[in-house]
Design a protein. Structure first.
Length: 119
């Protein structure tokens, strides 16, 4: 079998997508109003299969697939200001590995998106 010398749609497989919504903080004002801050994390895993070793290893460190663009901001539910508690943006990590005895390689990219909900 000929291994792919570039990442193409032929060898691209969307593996999973998961969404997690987590309560970060809940505060109740003196007037009895409650505000909640949720962190919403969406993770998508994509595999790029049938690659040559050189392509898989090169793309594992490529900034198109491996990056951290997360940002941190303040949350002010009432008159209180919580510093850097809100997380937004994306982070992507890679894993290149040999996938078979014929020296085919797979690059796994895990992209995680962060957002907050203020309810």
């Amino acid at each position: 079998m000929a291994w792919l010398s570039a990442i193409t749609t032929e060898g691209t497989v969307k593996m999973t997508k998961s969404v997690e919504r987590t309560l970060v903080m809940a505060l109740t004002s003196m007037q009895g109003i409650t505000r909640r801050l949720y962190q919403v994390t969406t993770t998508e895993i994509t595999e790029y299969r049938a690659l040559t070793e050189a392509v898989a290893l090169a793309q594992a460190s490529n900034s198109a697939y491996s990056y951290d663009n997360r940002t941190y901001s303040n949350w002010q539910p009432f008159v209180l200001n919580y510093i850097g508690i809100r997380v937004g943006g994306e982070q992507s990590t890679t894993n290149a590995r040999r996938s078979n005895e014929a020296n085919g390689w797979t690059l796994t990219v895990t992209k995680t998106s962060y957002a907050t909900e203020d309810i």
